[in-house]
Each structure stands twice: as structure tokens, then as C-alpha cells.
Design a binder for this molecule. Structure first.
Ligand code: ADP
Length: 311
């Protein structure tokens, strides 16, 4: 059985049930980029062993979160429980025009301490993986003083033959400044075997706003498998120097683009682990992302998504 580790933070999500500011109704759920990726990967490829690497607390929200991971068949043996910390939280509010705004309380979350738990025995387990996935958000979440240890572990994994997969997923407000991000991403690109960048992220971080620019940047690091996501326009891949352009069928009614990139990543990586070709993997991933953006929230309803996968 192929197996992948996904390293990052899952948060408690609170969503306003309506855009009526006087309504106090909130719908509680759980989400986070790497967790979303894990969910879509496992739902589409149940034969891949999917493990989250994160830290939560011992409070009731954390216990519910672990149950939620299990309900999505995600393995939790590397979900650590901090004695003193609790999970991060975010809210999504809708204004009168239906525009979403996000507020985060995650500065002191349990997930920030995850590197404290990655000891020798956890590292041994990680070296048994086929792939190790992390994002720019995962990197921002690790405390800066723990990043050196994170790079060391990645080198160990890579040496053991684990494929290192990186999605830059840039969130400016999570970093002290661009310089800090650029330094961290430099390490990530150096170690990545597979990179899944979006053109938008490169524009905000490096001022690079074309697919060609993103390709040139990534190729200077010798990444063997590159997948450049460009919204509804196209997906461009380069495998061992061979470039392919893939068309995306634009969705007519986009309801909520949250998780477009995450669902794409999950299904793409699952397909690659199942030995699908690049073209087939991109096709499956694009279709899944196209489905997800026609539903509200990060995680599309399980039954509907499963019906879609069966088609
Ligand atoms: P991110 O969420 O990382 O910014 P993108 O916006 O590029 O990523 O979207 C990820 C993938 O979702 C795209 O590669 C594409 O396959 C799909 N996608 C995004 N927007 C649309 C759309 N309007 N119609 C159909 N597919 C879309």
C-alpha cells in the first residue's frame, strides 16, 4: 500500500450561517489547507494510506477533530496531543454582497509546536513514506526557531527515498516579512521533488506573474516534477524536462473557491501514487477542483463528493 504523510495545521472553523449580522448562528467545522488535501486524496484514492502530521490539544474540540480525521479515514498515529495548547480557530463572515472575510486566532495554536514531537521514532515512521507533503502555510506555522530542525528532517527523508512535495501557498500575514518567506521557500524549493505552485502566489511574493516566469524560477532548483496551477486558464506540467499544457474546463457557476488548490493537490498526488500518468492525474485533479468550487466551504459533502468520484 502506497503511503503519504501530510504535514500542517487543521483549525476549528466557524462560519456565519447567514449574512444577517444580527443572527448569532455559527456553523462549526474543521479545515486547513493540508487537512483539506488529505481529505480529498483519501476520498478519491481509498487504497492510499494517508497520515496527517500535526499537533492538537487534549480539549474537547481537539478530541472531536481527531474523530473527524478518523471519520475521513485519515490515520492519526502522527497526530500529537499537546498538554497545554489548544487548536487554532478561524471564522468566515459574509458581508451583504456575499463576499467572505476571514479572521484567525492561530498564533498560539498546538500545531505550532508540532516539531517538538518529531523525535527519532516519529522520524523513522516518516522515512517509511512514499511522499511527504507540506505547504507554505505549514512552514509559516512552524515556530521560526524550529525550522532548522524541520529542514534536517526533510534531508533525512529525502535521503531515505521519500518524495518531498511542496505547495508554496503564500499567506503574507503569517510571515514577519517577505524576506523571511523567501529564505524559507528557498530551502523548500531546494529539497522539493514535486512542486505545485499557483501563479497568483508567485505574483504576490516574487512579482512573477506569468506561467513561464514560474517555470523558469522553479526549474533553476532542478525540481523533477512541476505542476503550475493557473486558475481556470490552464495547468502546465514539466516532468523531467518534458512540458505539457493541460486545458481546464471552466466552471460556469463558481460558489466558493476555497480549497480549489487543496483538492487539486490531493487528487493529483493520489493519482500519482496510484501510478497514473501526469495527464490523467491533472485531468482527475482539475475535475475534482471544479466540483469542489461548486460547493460552499473547504470540504464538500462526503456523499456528494463520493458520487462524483464514482461517475
Ligand atoms: P489555488 O487555489 O492554489 O490558488 P487555483 O485557483 O489555480 O489554485 O485553482 C486550482 C485548480 O482548481 C486549477 O488548477 C483548476 O484545475 C481548478 N479551478 C480553479 N478555478 C476554476 C474554475 N473557475 N473553473 C474550473 N476549474 C477551476
Amino acid at each position: 500500500m502506497k503511503n503519504i504523510f501530510l504535514f500542517g495545521e487543521c483549525m476549528i472553523e466557524l462560519m456565519t450561517a447567514s449574512n444577517d449580522a444580527t443572527s448569532n448562528m455559527l456553523k462549526q467545522s474543521f479545515a486547513g489547507d493540508v487537512f483539506n488535501t488529505a481529505v480529498y486524496l483519501k476520498r478519491t484514492f481509498p487504497h492510499v494510506k494517508v497520515r496527517l502530521v500535526t499537533a492538537v490539544g487534549k480539549d474537547n474540540f481537539s478530541l472531536d477533530m481527531i474523530k473527524y480525521f478518523e471519520s475521513e479515514n485519515i490515520d492519526t498515529d502522527l497526530v500529537f496531543q499537546s498538554e497545554s495548547k489548544i487548536p487554532g480557530l478561524y471564522s468566515i463572515q459574509l458581508d451583504d454582497q456575499g463576499e467572505r472575510s476571514f479572521t484567525y486566532w492561530r498564533e498560539n495554536s498546538a500545531a505550532r509546536t508540532v516539531m517538538d514531537f518529531i523525535d527519532e521514532s516519529a522520524t523513522d515512521i516518516l522515512t517509511s513514506g512514499d511522499m511527504f507533503f507540506f505547504s507554505g502555510i505549514s512552514l509559516a506555522v512552524i515556530q521560526p526557531e524550529a525550522r532548522a530542525s524541520f529542514w534536517q528532517k526533510l534531508v533525512q527523508l529525502k535521503t531515505a527515498g521519500v518524495k518531498i512535495v511542496f505547495d508554496p501557498n503564500y499567506r503574507a500575514r503569517m510571515w514577519k516579512d517577505k524576506e523571511e518567506t523567501i529564505q524559507a521557500y528557498e530551502q523548500a524549493f531546494k529539497l522539493a521533488d514535486i512542486a505545485l505552485p499557483g501563479v497568483e502566489d508567485f505574483d504576490s511574493l516574487y512579482g512573477i506573474n506569468s506561467v513561464e516566469g514560474v517555470i523558469d524560477f522553479c526549474q533553476s532548483y532542478g525540481i523533477s516534477e512541476l505542476v503550475v496551477k493557473n486558475g481556470p486558464a490552464s495547468v502546465i506540467t514539466i516532468l523531467d524536462g518534458e512540458k505539457e499544457l493541460h486545458q481546464v474546463t471552466p466552471v460556469k457557476t463558481v460558489v466558493d473557491t476555497t480549497s480549489a488548490g487543496d483538492s487539486f493537490n490531493g487528487v493529483y498526488l493520489g493519482a500519482r501514487l496510484a501510478d497514473a500518468s501526469i495527464a490523467e492525474s491533472v485531468d482527475k485533479a482539475s475535475k475534482a477542483a471544479g466540483f469542489v468550487i461548486q460547493h460552499k466551504g473547504a470540504i464538500a459533502p462526503k456523499a456528494l463528493f463520493n458520487d462524483f468520484v464514482q461517475q
